[in-house]
Design a protein around this ligand. Structure first.
Ligand code: S3P
Length: 436
């Protein structure tokens, strides 16, 4: 392990100004993957140059795909077609990135060559049976540890067969994994979701000229088609913008304009939840860019109150709960979250780690098996552990806007997985943050 990169945040604020957060992580991963297996040269603009999406990019380079860039978010991918990937010479190291591992396992399951997927300590403890099970049913051969974790060894098979799969968890990663494997399978692969999850894979496949049918919760595609190169414009990541939405809401006198944020309806839970808590969020200049809805978000500070978070919003805000918990800690009254057990298997156990951190700052935050009960109050200064989880680190950085004393946040290096440049951008907007 490297040296502890930690943040020190001095109380203060407000947050003000125009802020452009980096490109959407989910869309950046998918643009590399689909560009690589398309025919022709795809051009991506606004690509997230964070460690997670770069891990995906490096994996495809290691499988023989020529990729130019990234340079200021510009990437050109010389697609090799559905059957043009070459066997990697070494294990593909996917770092901290669950999306890379789960989507790649689907994309590689039917390649006819062997590949090994590895990751860091956090990724190596995350559940992979959720992708191994459906892929095995399609005819894939994947070896994992006894616990069902990485490293994943994907062994060559002659062919995959389509399946009709009802997802046991609402997971866009599992849905996307099965659909990507379905591109290489004989027949029509269908997945049915228990609740709507982010639909970037479906949208982008269509953008690359591949037919995907959606009928309510059921999404289907036929294997054996072709993808045509496409240009992808990646909007700013709503999951990164969420920290500023919360920061601006809780720090009196704040007024920020978050520019060009992706507001896909399967990602907008954070806006709905914060608004229900009393947040002042205006959606301005809505446009559609490359099949994804985008808008500017103006957020001004407002008094927040506790709510019972509707369970149907959970998958639509799944990455934003660290930030939402900080909003709840600053709200009047109690906030209750249920139906969110998935948070325990993210980059960290986000229920436990957030409850511990909020507790260290003097907040009554009671973890439950599938959520949390948070009683809003005054936050004192103190030290919190992020457990190497990028979103926990950034959520507590925003808490520092309203704490009574300085906040120290440990283990922040992984902020670079999703939000390179967070510290200078936040400091520029008014957060008293320094990286040590
Ligand atoms: C993602 C889906 C979500 C999310 C992750 C990115 C994606 O995971 O937490 O950060 O890009 O498909 P699950 O689908 O497993 O909930």
């Amino acid at each position: 392990m490297g040296r502890d990169v930690y943040y020190r945040v001095m109380p203060g604020g407000p947050l003000r100004g125009r802020i452009r957060v980096p490109g959407d992580k989910s869309i950046s991963h998918r643009a590399i993957m689909l560009g690589a297996i398309a025919e022709g040269v795809s051009h991506i603009r606004g690509f997230l140059e964070g460690e997670d999406s770069l891990a995906t990019l490096h994996a495809f380079r290691a499988m023989g795909v020529e990729i130019e860039g990234p340079e200021h978010g510009d990437v050109r991918i010389h697609g090799v077609g559905l059957h043009g990937l070459r066997p990697p010479e070494a294990p593909l190291d996917l770092g901290n990135s669950g999306t890379s591992m789960r989507l790649l396992s689907g994309l590689l399951a039917g390649q006819g060559f062997e590949a090994t997927l590895t990751g860091d300590v956090s990724l190596s403890s995350r559940p992979m049976r959720r992708v191994i099970d459906p892929l095995t049913r399609m005819g894939a051969r994947i070896k994992a540890t006894k616990k069902g974790t990485a490293p994943l060894h994907i062994l060559p098979v002659d062919r995959l067969d389509a399946i009709d799969y009802a997802l046991p968890v609402a997971s866009a990663q599992v849905k996307s994994c099965v659909l990507l494997a379905g591109l290489f399978a004989r027949g029509k692969t269908c997945v049915t979701e228990p609740a709507p999850t982010r639909d970037h894979t479906e949208r982008m496949l269509r953008g690359f000229g591949y037919e995907v049918s959606t009928d309510g919760a059921r999404i289907c595609l036929e294997g054996g088609g072709r993808l045509r190169a496409a240009n992808v414009e990646v909007p700013a990541d709503i999951s990164s913008a969420a920290f500023f939405m919360v920061g601006a809401s809780i720090a009196a006198g704040s007024d920020v304009l978050l520019e060009h944020v992706g507001i896909n309806p399967t990602r907008e839970g954070v806006i709905n939840i914060l608004r229900r808590m009393g947040a002042d969020i205006e959606v301005l200049n809505p446009v559609e860019v490359g099949g994804e809805p985008v808008a500017d978000l103006r957020v001004r500070s407002a008094p927040l109150h506790g709510i019972r978070i509707p369970e149907d919003q959970v998958p639509l805000a799944i990455d934003e709960f660290p930030a939402i918990f900080v909003a709840a800690a600053c709200a009047k009254g109690e906030t209750v979250l249920t139906g969110a057990a998935e948070l325990r298997v993210k980059e960290s156990d986000r229920i436990q780690v957030m409850a511990d951190g909020l507790g260290a700052l003097g907040i009554d935050a009671r973890p439950t098996p599938d959520g949390m009960v948070i009683r809003g109050g005054r936050l004192r200064g103190g030290a919190v552990e992020s457990h190497g989880d990028h979103r926990i680190a950034m959520a507590f950085a925003m808490a520092g806007l309203v704490t009574e004393g300085p906040v120290t946040i440990h283990d922040c290096a992984n902020v670079n997985t999703s939000f390179p440049g967070f510290v200078p951008l936040a400091a520029n907007a008014g957060l008293g943050i320094e990286q040590q």
